[in-house]
Ligand binder design. Structure first.
Ligand SMILES: C[S@@+](CC[C@H](N)C(=O)[O-])C[C@H]1O[C@@H](n2cnc3c(N)ncnc32)[C@H](O)[C@@H]1O
Length: 368
C-alpha cells in the first residue's frame, strides 16, 4: 500500500504541486525551466517533493525487508527443493551455473534498486535466497499497482506484439537477457506453445529460484549463468531475443556489447525487442525529472545516461538495418485486452504511456 501510495497518489500530488505552484512561481521570475534538470533544481527543496522522495525510498526498501523474515524461516527447505529440481528436472528444463563467472562490478558493488544483496549474493551453498527476495519483494513492489495487472505482464505484452507485428516469424527459440527468475521469459510459452525458452543472468540465486519455479509450474526453461555481454550460444541460435528492465542497469558501453551479441545470436529474420524506460526524447521535461529519480535515489547509476541514448542508433550501430529498427510504445495486454491492444499495435488507436498501460520497447530485425 505504501509503495502504491508513493508511486501513484503522491506522484500525482507532486505533479499538481509543480504545475500549480512551482512552475508559476518560476515563470513569474522569468526562470522558465529549459529541461528536466531545471525542474529537478526547482523541486529539490520543495517539501512536497521531499516527502514524496522520502516515502518512495523507504517504501522501496520495505518491499524487500517485508519478505526477508519468511524467506529466512523457510530457506533450508526451499534450498533443498530447488536443489532436487536442479539435479533432476521434472519437465525437461535445465540449470547451468558457472562458479567462475566474474560478476560485473555494476551488479556486485551496490545494492541495485535498494535490494540488499541484489541477484548475486550467496549466503550459503545452493542458495536461492536472493531469488526469493527479489521475486517476492517484486510482488510487493507491484502488488497494488493499478497498471501491473498480471505477473509477467511485460513478456505477455511483448510476445503478443511480436506475434502481431512479425506474423511470418514462427519462432523456435527465445532468449531473455537479465532474466532474473524468468518472470518475463515464461509467458512466451503461452503465446508460442512450441517455443524453447532460454534465460540468462549473472546471478546464481535468482536462476536457481527461477528454474525451480518454472519446473514447479510445469514449464521447461533453460536457465544459465552468463554475462549478456559475451554469451556461449552459437551464432544464429535464436529467433527472438528480448529483455525487460535490464539495459538501464548496465553502462552504455556494456549495452553496446549486448546489442552486438543479439545481432550475432539472431538467425536471419530473427527479432530483437528490449522493453525499457522511455527515452529522454520520448517524454516531457517533467516526466524526465520523474523518471530520472532512480539515478540518485535508487542505486541505479546508469539510468539517466541510458535514457539519454538514441536507442535506435545503438541498434543500427550493431548492424540492424535502419528500416528494421523501431522504438515505440506497445500496449499492456493484461490492462487493455486483446482487441484494444491490437488496435494500438496497428496504429488505429493511441497506446497509453509507458508504465500506465503501455511499455516502451526498441529493437530491430536481422536481415534475411
Ligand atoms: C531489473 S532486473 C530485470 C529482471 C527481469 N528481466 C524482469 O523483467 O523482472 C535486471 C537483471 O539483469 C541482471 N544482469 C545485470 N547485468 C547483467 C549482465 N551483464 N548479464 C546478465 N544479466 C545481468 C541482474 O542480475 C538482474 O537479474
Amino acid at each position: 500500500m505504501l509503495r502504491k501510495h508513493a508511486i501513484i497518489n503522491m506522484t500525482s500530488e507532486m505533479h499538481g504541486r509543480y504545475e500549480n505552484d512551482v512552475l508559476p512561481a518560476l515563470q513569474k521570475q522569468k526562470r522558465e525551466p529549459q529541461d528536466w534538470r531545471d525542474i529537478q533544481s526547482a523541486m529539490q527543496d520543495d517539501p512536497v517533493y521531499r516527502f514524496y522522495s522520502t516515502t518512495r525510498y523507504n517504501a522501496q526498501e520495505m518491499c524487500y525487508l517485508s519478505v526477508q523474515p519468511t524467506i529466512e524461516r523457510n530457506l533450508d527447505q526451499m534450498n533443498s527443493i530447488a536443489k532436487a529440481l536442479a539435479d533432476k528436472p521434472v519437465v525437461g528444463g535445465s540449470l547451468q551455473l558457472d562458479a567462475e563467472l566474474s560478476i560485473p562490478p555494476y551488479v556486485s558493488q551496490l545494492d541495485v534498486h535498494l535490494a540488499p544483496g541484489y541477484t548475486h549474493r550467496e549466503h550459503g551453498p545452493d542458495d536461492i535466497a536472493q531469488g526469493a527476495v527479489v521475486a517476492q519483494g517484486g510482488r510487493v513492489f507491484t502488488g497494488q499497482h493499478p497498471f501491473r495487472k498480471s505477473y509477467g505482464t511485460v513478456a505477455q505484452s511483448v510476445s503478443h506484439f511480436v506475434k502481431q507485428q512479425f506474423p511470418a516469424l514462427r519462432p523456435v527459440r527465445v532468449l531473455d537477457l537479465g532474466t532474473c527468475s524468468g518472470k518475463n521469459l515464461l509467458p512466451f510459452k503461452e503465446r508460442f506453445p512450441d517455443i524453447d525458452l532460454y534465460g540468462i543472468d549473472v546471478g546464481a540465486p535468482v536462476l536457481r529460484y527461477g528454474h525451480a519455479c518454472a519446473e514447479n509450474e510445469g514449464v521447461a526453461a533453460h536457465f544459465s549463468q552468463q554475462n549478456a555481454e559475451q554469451l556461449n550460444f552459437d551464432d544464429g541460435f535464436f529467433d527472438i531475443i528480448t529483455s525487460s528492465f535490464f539495459l538501464h542497469e548496465i553502462p552504455v558501453a556494456s549495452t553496446k556489447r549486448v546489442i552486438a551479441e543479439c545481432m550475432r545470436l539472431l538467425r536471419p529474420g530473427g527479432v530483437m525487442v528490449h522493453m525499457e524506460l522511455p527515452n529522454e526524447t520520448a517524454v516531457s521535461d517533467y516526466e524526465n525529472f520523474f523518471w530520472n529519480w532512480d539515478t540518485k535515489n535508487n542505486n541505479e547509476p546508469f539510468y539517466t545516461r541510458f535514457r539519454s541514448q538514441d536507442v535506435v542508433g545503438l541498434c543500427q550501430e550493431a548492424g540492424f538495418p535502419a528500416d528494421s529498427t523501431f522504438a515505440r510504445l506497445i500496449p499492456d495486454i493484461a490492462g487493455n485486452g486483446v482487441e484494444v491492444a491490437n488496435a494500438c499495435i496497428a496504429g488505429d488507436r493511441e497506446t497509453p504511456p509507458h508504465g500506465r498501460g503501455g511499455w516502451f520497447v526498441f529493437g530491430g530485425q536481422k536481415p534475411l
